[in-house]
Design a protein around this ligand. Sequence first.
Ligand SMILES: [Zn+2]
Length: 316
Amino acid sequence: MRVKVLGSAAGGGFPQWNCACANCRRMRNGSVRSRPRTQTQLAIAANPEYALRTYWSLINASPDLRSQIAATPELAPFANTDSSSPVRDIYLISADVDSLMGLLHLREFQAFNIYSAPAIKRILSEENSMFRVLGRARPPVQWFSLPFASQVNWKEKLDPAEAPLFIARAVSLGGEYPDYVGEKLRRELPETEAVVGLAFEYQGKHAFVAPTLRGLDSEWKKWVESSDLVLLDGTFWTDDELIRTGRSKKTAREIGHLPLSGPGGLFEQYPRTAKARKILIHINNTNPILDEDSPEHRATLEAGWEIAYDGMEIAL
Ligand SMILES: [Zn+2]
């Protein structure tokens, strides 16, 4: 399994166009050691059935997707064909604008598959008619329901040569639907489908991806403990980060993100026995870990975490 990080920031990117927090300000004037980041987007290559061509699955369809694809040579159309793209499957984790707005960048009469919870399809098809442009492709874009896993249930680890299938499961992480979803539809949608993590399996290797993690129950820890790679919610360092930086009146937890530090934060809750390579993604522009000279950045690395950046590649 090859994973490419095409974007590693939370909504708004880094720097964010309308933000003058210390990080964004210092990024603009070049006084911070850091990197600009686009909004969270992953691509995974895992397709044994096509030996001659590598097809890619996208996780998220970020608002930056057009430029992210353009910056990634592996995602360019195959040579010697008219319009054949290596982008074949797209996995959506929620109906957040930051998770799916990029579908509109893919509207150029291209057939592909979307995998999501049924609720996400309903939100886009019943209330957001602009997404019907995806139906113009011939054949049209196909939409599939992600299978939900109620508990950790990887297939038995097999000899990699005998277990070639790429399998994706959704893990319900609880949460809320975005504000833009109408009241009536919102009442009909199950809470379990609002935000999911994705558990991927390929040739005996397991990856768990949860860029938005509320951490309200402990099921996620079991997925982490049985994975070889985890990409988890690195949005905020502290619970009151948006309040202190004047960006919002809400805490990290109130908008669905477990903060990294503090009592009950991700670092404290992360299972001690887990052996996975652990990477933080979906990093908000206010987060002090973006400053590579900050004590928070150092503490994160010392705790064994990696901090995702645009262009990062992971081989599993
Ligand atoms: Zn900022």
